[in-house]
Design a protein around this ligand. Structure first.
Ligand code: PLP
Length: 385
């Protein structure tokens, strides 16, 4: 077993840790005869709302859909600009365009890898000076991304959003359970959106997503929108879509939500082991300021010889990933869109060349971590021949 490959993420292992309960829950869902918007989804929505201490949670088909629905329900669409980051999953930007709005990229902070509030302020002020930079669009919403499980600076971002009248939708797809001074992400803005893609901190065994919000009217609009705008069957009160969480995924999520805090704690423990072992190396390791409860969706180090290191680890049977190698605004599909209104994003463009996501999932053993650390130290010391 010593040299069996170590995966960067391992949703199968999470299943095996809960196999009996998940099998039973799926069986129940299959035997119930209700496969869409039944008791499993309702139970999950109630439990997920309660976990966050908010009035409402609404299940949808994916994280991308959750963000699209959030923006549309908040009245954001054509003619509106939505400020977000380019250092994110492309889904964040795709969802903004699906809602009909124009994405506008803000640079990130080099420590937290999340939206830099000073850069947000700068671009809003630039637009205020010269509205032509957005070609007739008006900034209407901001989507901070709690990347890698580290919360964005919500205090500063919320203050700016209030000043400029922006809707705040938190992208929590990588940060289920992360907190700032005890307050969970997703509860500080107007709406929080989540993905349950299998490798996320709370993962289904297929696609799934959810939105949370405090405003009952907004929650009602979201609820209608996810199913054709129906209040009553076959009567559309608003123009909606079809984006539903299914009963089987909800049954699995009902089991896994109970494990979320313990799994996040295990991720933090693995992160502590990595950081302790790599403290005196040349690698830059992630950090969280006091009051920040990081949930380590990814444990991301930085090194200028990233690609060589990645190849070396791979040869030792250690799988790593890069989240993300190319910022959204430089990807082929988006290059021609001028998502930065002619600006550069120096931090975003620098970090993507140096970041490396080490294996991180709750099923990783201490021995696995020791083995990974041993190879990282050898590489750092140049003893890899
Ligand atoms: C995974 C992810 C999404 C999209 O979720 P899907 O369920 O794959 O649609 C959105 N934003 C971020 C930051 C993500 O990591």
């Amino acid at each position: 077993m010593q040299n069996s490959p170590i995966l960067p993420a391992d949703p199968r292992c999470e299943y095996l840790l809960n196999k009996e309960a998940i099998d039973r829950a799926v069986d129940d869902a299959l035997l119930s005869g209700r496969y869409i918007l039944g008791p499993q989804v309702e139970a999950f929505e109630n439990a997920f709302a309660e976990y966050h201490g908010v009035a409402s949670a609404i299940g949808v088909a994916s994280g991308t859909d959750a963000l699209q629905v959030a923006l549309r329900a908040a009245g954001v669409g054509p003619g509106d600009a939505v400020l977000t980051v380019s250092h994110t999953a492309v889904a964040t930007v795709a969802a903004i365009e699906l809602a009909g709005a124009r994405p506008l990229m803000v640079d990130i902070d080099p420590e937290s890898y999340t939206m830099d509030p000073a850069a947000l302020q700068a671009i809003l002020e630039e637009w205020h000076e010269d509205a032509t930079i957005l070609a007739g669009c008006t900034p209407r919403a901001v989507v901070p991304v709690h990347l890698y499980g580290h919360p964005a600076d919500m205090v500063a971002i919320k203050a700016l959003a209030d000043d400029w009248g922006l809707v705040v939708v938190e992208d929590c797809a990588q940060a289920h359970g992360a907190r700032i001074d005890g307050v969970k992400v997703g509860t500080m803005g107007d709406i929080g959106i989540f993905s349950f893609y299998p490798t996320k901190n709370l993962g289904a065994m297929g696609d799934g997503g959810a939105l949370i919000c405090k405003d009952p009217q907004l929650a009602e609009t979201i609820r209608l929108m996810r199913q054709y705008g129906w209040q009553q069957r076959y009567v559309s009160d608003v123009a909606g879509m079809n984006s539903r969480l299914d009963e089987v995924q909800a049954a699995i999520l009902n089991v896994k939500l109970l494990k979320l805090d313990a799994f996040n704690e295990r991720r933090r423990e693995i992160a502590r082991q990595y950081s302790r072992a790599l403290a005196s190396s040349a690698y830059r390791v992630p950090d969280a300021a006091p009051g920040i409860a990081h949930v380590y969706h990814q444990y991301v180090i930085r090194t200028t010889r990233r690609d060589e290191l990645r190849e070396y680890l791979n040869a030792q049977g250690i799988g790593t990933l890069v989240h993300y190698p190319v910022p959204v605004h430089l990807q082929p599909a988006y290059k021609g869109r001028d998502l930065t209104v002619g600006r550069q994003l120096p931090v975003t463009e620098q970090v993507c060349k140096e970041i490396l996501s080490l294996p991180m999932h709750p099923g990783l053993s201490d021995d696995d971590v020791q083995r990974i650390v041993k190879h990282l130290k050898e590489w750092n010391a140049g003893k890899t021949a």
